[in-house]
Design a protein around this ligand. Structure first.
Ligand code: HEC
Length: 142
């Protein structure tokens, strides 16, 4: 990936000598490509330390912690229980948070409705990076 960015840089440099209009065009093209690289990185988000730390921060800031403690059930299941279930069932947390996959941890309709209210209320406003970070954090709780 770094190599392709370097290549783009090189191409951009070569065009720079061809005049201003070309320069603008190439600049735009390079910017678009770099944007695309970032999007791909989001889709394959891995559980890096940075992602886990960002997710943990969001978990507090967004109020998830009010209903989910790390190792004890309060309103919702503990993060530990959520992580264990998603690992054993190979579930996709990001899909659940996007409202694209059904609940697998606690399927009691009353409980599901509480979480659904969050998904429809504010989780829908979080972006892909934030959801991936939240999932990384939850997976890291053992
Ligand atoms: C008002 C309380 C409340 C808040 C706030 C809340 N949750 Fe939940 N959550 C629940 C309840 C209740 C359940 C159990 C129902 C269920 O499993 O869907 C649950 C379940 C879950 C599950 C398991 C879903 C499954 O497959 O069963 C995940 C993952 C989850 N919450 C993540 C989050 C995240 C991330 C946030 C913050 C962005 C959050 N929750 C905020 C109450 C809450």
């Amino acid at each position: 990936m770094r190599k392709s960015i370097l290549m783009l840089g090189l191409v951009a440099f070569m065009f720079v000598s061809c005049g201003d209009t070309k320069k603008e065009e190439v600049k735009k093209e390079v910017e678009t490509k770099v944007e695309k690289v970032e999007v791909v990185a989001t889709e394959v988000a891995v559980d890096t330390e940075a992602n886990i730390t960002a997710g943990k921060k969001l978990f507090t800031e967004k109020g998830c912690i009010a209903c989910h403690q790390e190792s004890m059930k309060i309103v919702g299941p503990s993060v530990k229980d959520i992580a264990a279930k998603y690992a054993s069932e190979k579930g996709n947390m990001v899909k659940f948070l996007k409202g694209e996959a059904a609940a697998i941890v606690d399927t009691n309709p009353g409980q599901v409705a509480i979480m659904k209210a969050n998904l429809d209320g504010f989780v829908k406003d979080l972006n892909g990076d934030q959801l991936a970070a939240l999932a990384s954090y939850m997976r890291s709780v053992k």
